[in-house]
Design a protein. Structure first.
Length: 195
């Protein structure tokens, strides 16, 4: 794109964003904003490792100083807490994982439409029973990023469909620390009590 078009395109996008209707919720933006239950199928980057996790997500909006400017352009930025448990299979062994993501962020565009796109990222701690993959022990850090959509079935209930990429490692605390990357396809049921 030629440089001369960039300021014009930016002004057009900003102008369009400012003319969009105010957030559909218009209601109470305090307290719990989302409760979700999700399952997934994950496949690793090596050794045919497969992961079947179950997640619960609890999400809140940020304070007004952050929330209000975003809400004016139909964006919701949420902090979430996500505990999870998973079964793991591999040619070498079967195992169990569990963990918690205390630092999670979700950005969604919601102007009251039926299909709401979102980006998601987070980091947390976990335990894995998976051995023999240069992970240096059962306690690991897990970081992820992804994207998806929520398909609203009612005003407050949605099915979610997402993709997530996760990296686990011990952050160099012990060696070897090869880490393990896993991609997930996800489906869930999300409830938005104040939408």
């Amino acid at each position: 794109m030629p440089r001369s078009f960039r300021p014009t395109l930016l002004a057009l996008v900003a102008g369009l964003a400012l003319t969009l209707p105010s957030p559909a919720s218009g209601g109470d933006r305090s307290g719990l904003q989302e409760l979700a239950f999700t399952t997934a199928y994950g496949f690793s980057d090596r050794d045919r490792i497969e992961v079947i996790p179950f997640y619960a997500r609890f999400a809140w909006l940020f304070p007004d100083v952050i929330d209000e400017p975003l809400a004016n352009v139909n964006l919701n930025l949420k902090w979430f807490l996500e505990p999870w448990v998973a079964g793991v299979t591999s040619p070498k062994q079967n195992a169990v994982e569990f963990g918690i993501t205390p630092i999670g962020l979700k950005l969604e565009y919601d102007a009251g439409q039926q299909v709401v796109p979102f980006l998601i990222a987070g980091t947390g701690v976990m335990y894995t029973g998976l051995g023999g993959y240069d992970l240096s022990g059962p306690f690991e850090f897990a970081s992820f990023g992804g994207a998806g959509i929520e398909l609203f079935l009612t005003d407050q209930l949605a099915m979610s469909f997402a993709w997530r990429w996760r990296h686990i490692s011990n952050a160099g605390i012990e060696e070897p620390n090869r880490g393990l990357d896993t991609q997930f396809v996800m489906v869930g049921l999300d409830w938005f009590p104040k939408r």
